[in-house]
Design a protein around this ligand. Sequence first.
Ligand code: GLU
Length: 416
Amino acid sequence: MSEMNPFQIAQHQLDMAAKKLGLDEATHELLRWPMREFRFTLPVRMDNGKVKVFQGYRVQYNDARGPNKGGIRWHPDETIDTVRALAAWMTWKTAVADLPLGGGKGGVTCNPKEMSDGEKERLARAWMRAAARELGVHRDVPAPDVYTTPQIMAWMMDEYEHIVGHSHPGVITGKPLALGGSQGRHDATARGGVYCVREACKVKSIDPSKCTYAIQGFGNAGQYAATLHREILGGGKLVAVSDSSGGVINRGGIDPERVVAHKLETGKVAGFPGTEPITNEALLELDVDVLYPSALEGVITGKNAKNIKCKISCELANGPTTPEADDILFGKGVMVLPDFLANSGGVTVSYFEQVQNTYNYYWSRDDVNQQLDRKITDAFTAVHKMQQQAKTHMRLAAYMVSVTRVAEACKLRGWV
Ligand code: GLU
């Protein structure tokens, strides 16, 4: 089972939900595959004068509930199967948050850490030129993801508007505020995750202000989780953080603001004063109340799941836990807040961004956060209710909620 690629994992998870729901064969088969997928060959002039050819992707998984929606990842390990899996998870994510959207994902196989700003801009524009005819507010709306930023969204929006010849800010979300971005989009993924932890603590009768927590992965979501955990839950002790180059631990507590500042200054968490080094693997196995896997897929597997000691695992990353690990964690009583519920705050505020772009009227940050809290709390409640009814783990319960909603839309359209 540990040999499965991310897309096979996504299909396997759906299969489990289909079985539990007694889904008819045609609907099940329809939901196992992307509706459309595109692969682009992108020649880009690099700073040394030579042309480098990149592979880019966009997968439109299912748009029965509305236009496809989902981020674009730039990563050296990106493949069509990672993008397919992420597009499937976006479909379940917009459904669990009850947004009138479908699911999509894009990617480019590249290493942005080795690229200049000029090279990134040319790659962003090349991807948009290739994808433009498949995108738009009524078709498919991309957003940021791993290693893509508001600046990259701005270049892509600009390229799109040059192609169509008019203003169309809603073609992409996660834009800078000055170009039609939404208040609160920058920390929405982490904020939604912390709201889920708050709700999970209620049902588990844990005092959230006394929780210890650790964060694996220190990009956008991980950094904001560090500070928002304490702000929203009224306390808590951060004991360890890590990024792709290693981690740091201090059982007495790490100051969230200072470790974020250190990361922004040096590009790493390693070397943060007053801490000891810890590996990513060891961090996952720490005896903390809340663990935030916030990096990439496939880090909690059949091999290490038996050593996981947290009470709640809040998956800010997409796909961090394999199906084998899910069963082990469920058996151990760990409450896993599954990725497409726990990190749905990002796409929820992306949806608010689109709504604001369409109205050309912009909300305050408090309004955004309040609406987000309502959406996330409703999503958690629906999944938790299903979990109690179906007596299964939170991931399967979340699938059951989402698959029911997407299947209903497919049936009403007469597709199955
Ligand atoms: N990339 C984020 C995700 O995986 C956000 C997607 C969006 O805002 O459309 O949920």
